[in-house]
Design a protein around this ligand. Structure first.
Ligand code: MLT
Length: 403
């Protein structure tokens, strides 16, 4: 008889944001007259910038003509986009990346979930705790994580690196030797960042221990402070130990358009094996590239006008973040993040769990957030709100909480 991949049975029944969506839908069905404000999943609400829309229209017209129609594109992405990324995201910051090191994809979620396929299931992984659930779940599916202990909420073969108020959200380097390290900065969910000196320690650790860092910088466009690296490659030697993931989702409002990229440097090797070549092999086999129209849309991000327009949208969300942060602080909450990231991480009132706070906020204030424990055991006692709502809803949500 056919056997299933039993590792899937070790996962929680439902993905965090699906569980929340179901709870909210049930509540709305029972209370159809209530206006629910959703500050849960980090999904953008502003329309795509005009310069990008213009490029989408133009590319659509090209698809309508025999002379300019495009079928399959290169699995790695079109050169026109890869070259712009090299120029705008790296060269302008003094980082040298080659276009062959850039792999265009349909999302950082897919890339960060798929990358583990290149590595043996014997490797030990380390994740920060709390963490974006995809890193852990994709390793659970692959059978890398061992037995799940219900009492601790942890997997046997995973090294958890707590990032809480106690350590100022700077996770400690693992005491043991780990092989695959997941870092996300600006951090989802806590909204906190590491400065250059702090990130340097991780690169050094990876070099000394022969580990690889998966660096998710999907939120780099939200960094407002100096000395906060936008790319791990700002740290010397990082190209020998790190793969970086970037996304247009939060940078340019592409959550529904779908475009991202991974940087796999040529220097990055395990023994004699080039990870760039391996990822290329994987993508060519399992992926047929991002639509031409989407890549043309992404290309428009890298124009003066495109940059100006996306920065206006980012500034709008960061003003929401300020409103949430200051509003919550005034009402006596302890609040983190929201300065270099669109997430606000707050301490739930004493004596409540994250899920209890979620239910209370939904039932009494009709506001949706994300319970910290959904991101890992050390997220217990915390709660995440996103700054991606409309201004009107953000203000109303804060007013409801203050009341
Ligand atoms: C989140 O809310 O954490 C993000 O929207 C999830 C994602 O980017 O997939």
């Amino acid at each position: 008889m056919i056997k299933i991949n039993e590792n899937y049975l070790k996962l929680q029944d439902s993905y965090l944001f699906s569980t929340i969506a179901k709870k909210v839908a049930d509540f709305q069905a029972k209370n159809p007259d209530k206006k629910i404000i959703k500050l849960g999943i980090g999904d953008v609400t502003l329309p795509i910038a005009p310069k990008i829309i213009e490029a989408i229209h133009k590319a659509t017209d090209e698809m309508a003509k025999k002379e300019t129609f495009k079928g399959y594109g290169p699995e790695q992405g079109y050169d026109f986009l890869r070259e712009k990324i090299v120029e705008w995201d790296y060269k302008k910051r003094g980082i040298s990346i080659e276009k062959e090191e850039i792999f265009i994809s349909d999302g950082a979620k897919c890339d960060t979930g798929n990358i583990q396929e290149l590595f043996s299931t014997d490797n030990i992984i380390a994740i920060t705790d709390p963490v974006y659930p995809v890193y852990l779940d994709s390793n659970v599916m692959a059978g890398r994580t061992g037995f799940f202990d219900k009492n601790t909420g942890k997997f046997e073969k995973v090294v958890y690196m707590p990032a809480t108020a106690e350590n100022n959200f700077e996770p400690e380097l693992p005491k043991e030797k780990v092989d695959m390290l997941y870092l996300c900065f600006p951090n989802n969910p806590t909204g906190t960042v590491l400065n250059k000196e702090q990130l340097t320690k991780w690169v050094k650790y990876a070099k000394e221990n022969g580990s690889i860092i998966f660096f998710d910088s999907a939120y780099e466009a939200y960094i407002s402070e100096e000395n906060v690296p936008h790319s791990i490659y700002e740290i010397e030697g990082a190209k020998e130990v790190a793969i970086e993931f970037r996304s247009f989702s939060k940078t340019a409002g592409f959550t529904g358009v779908r475009c991202a990229y991974a940087v796999v440097p040529k220097e990055l090797k395990v023994g004699e094996v080039s990870l760039n070549a391996l990822w290329n092999r994987r993508q060519c086999t399992k992926f047929n590239g991002v639509p031409y129209i989407t890549q043309k849309a992404a290309e428009a991000v890298y124009t003066e006008e495109g940059q100006k327009q996306i920065k206006e949208n980012i500034a709008y969300y960061m003003e929401n973040a300020r409103i949430i942060r200051e509003g919550l602080e005034k009402s006596g909450y302890t609040v983190y993040g929201g300065k270099n990231a669109p997430y606000i991480w707050l301490k739930v009132p004493e004596g409540m769990t994250s899920w209890e706070f979620f239910d209370k906020l939904l039932e009494e204030k009709n506001i949706v957030g994300t319970p910290g424990s959904g991101f890992g055991p050390s997220g217990e006692g915390y709660f995440r709100l996103t700054a991606f709502g409309s201004r009107e809803n953000t203000i109303e949500a804060i007013n409801r909480i203050i009341k």
